[in-house]
Design a binder for this molecule. Structure first.
Ligand code: TK8
Length: 336
């Protein structure tokens, strides 16, 4: 009789252990996130959504503290701080980071993606994971791919209707040789510059032009110091939600999981807000006096063909295997 009671007690104990796993480990933490974009950029909505998700998962213990408009330094500087473990996180374009991880240059190849959906499928799938592994080797944990978006050219001189219109334009590009070569090859006079310096360089006329997605041109107020926006969609730039690997490694696994899951949730919101805002941003800028034009599909094909030399020139540096891999994924998507 006694042994039966013990057996029953043991069985009950086992059942309870299965039914209620050990309580998750969460500590009070504040995560500092550097952003180059302004506070009214949809990254803000993404971070709010990520916070709501973290509140649920961690009982309010993990707090996100965002800094805007490069208050903690430029994207590259902030990313280096992550690698040395002095800053927790950054939401940055991939382009200024090619000096750290050359494979990221794949996203800078002109006219690589044609639609947002293509970009999402590539980044959220195996290819994105493949790049994330490379980043981990560089001291960076990419929690999720967010969106900066398709880039378009703004300038103070004339509408761009064909690539010849870029001739001689002093255009700011990100600190990235692929962008530099793309615009020089199209006849412009490209200058690499950190994002934080762009507004005043446009204002003083030190440069004529820059290129960014509509929502970024809007929220960073570049349209106030530009006259024309021409839709070129010459590249799609992702935002990476990077976390410092030295710091990430000190977190409990439950905290790491919560950050990964919630960063993906935040990214979904951020992408959607950008998509919803694109049209409104453009309308607002046109009302403020910007002249807008779309480059014709025929001309975009001509620009794409003219830009093929850039693929060849940067193939070895990005990695031939990396380019082939993304191209294969895109071929598969386009065949469907
Ligand atoms: C914002 C940048 C920016 C990027 C650039 O931090 O530098 O032009 O497109 O949006 O990442």
């Amino acid at each position: 009789m006694k042994s039966k009671a013990i057996k029953a007690a043991l069985l009950l104990g086992t059942m309870m252990a299965v039914a209620s796993p050990a309580a998750a480990e969460f500590h009070n933490r504040t995560i500092r996130i550097s952003n180059g974009v302004a506070e009214n950029h949809p990254v803000h909505n993404g971070i709010d959504a990520m916070q709501q998700c973290l509140d649920k998962k961690t009982g309010g213990k993990m707090k996100l503290q965002a800094y805007w408009s490069g208050a903690l330094g430029g994207d590259l500087q902030a990313t280096q701080a992550l690698r040395s473990g002095t800053l927790d996180a950054v939401v940055t374009s991939s382009s200024p980071l090619v000096g750290i991880e050359p494979a990221l240059g794949v996203f800078d190849l002109p006219f690589l993606f044609q639609t947002n959906q293509e970009a999402y499928t590539v980044m959220d799938g195996d290819f994105g994971t493949f790049l994330n592994k490379k980043l981990e080797g560089k001291g960076l944990v990419n929690l999720a791919y967010w969106e900066n978006g398709f880039r378009n050219v703004s300038n103070s001189k004339r509408p761009i209707t064909k690539w010849e219109d870029l001739k001689g334009l002093k255009i700011r590009v990100m600190q990235n040789n692929i962008f530099l070569d793309t615009f020089d090859n199209l006849g412009a006079n490209a200058t690499p510059m950190a994002f934080g310096e762009v507004f005043s360089a446009l204002e003083t006329g030190a440069i004529d032009a820059q290129e960014n997605p509509y929502v970024t041109i809007d929220t960073s107020k570049f349209y106030e110091v530009q006259k024309y926006i021409s839709e070129t969609k010459h590249a799609y730039t992702p935002f990476l939600f990077l976390f410092s690997k030295p710091i990430f490694d000190t977190l409990d696994p439950d905290e790491q999981d919560a950050l990964r899951t919630c960063a993906v949730e935040g990214g979904t919101v951020e992408r959607k807000v950008i998509q919803d805002l694109n049209k409104a941003s453009l309308e607002k800028m046109e009302k403020a006096g910007i002249k807008f034009n779309k480059v014709s599909p025929e001309e975009l094909t001509r620009m794409r063909e003219k830009s093929q030399v850039v693929y060849d020139k940067h193939r070895d540096e990005i990695g031939g295997d990396v380019i082939d891999r993304v191209q294969k994924t895109l071929d598969g998507l386009r065949a469907d």
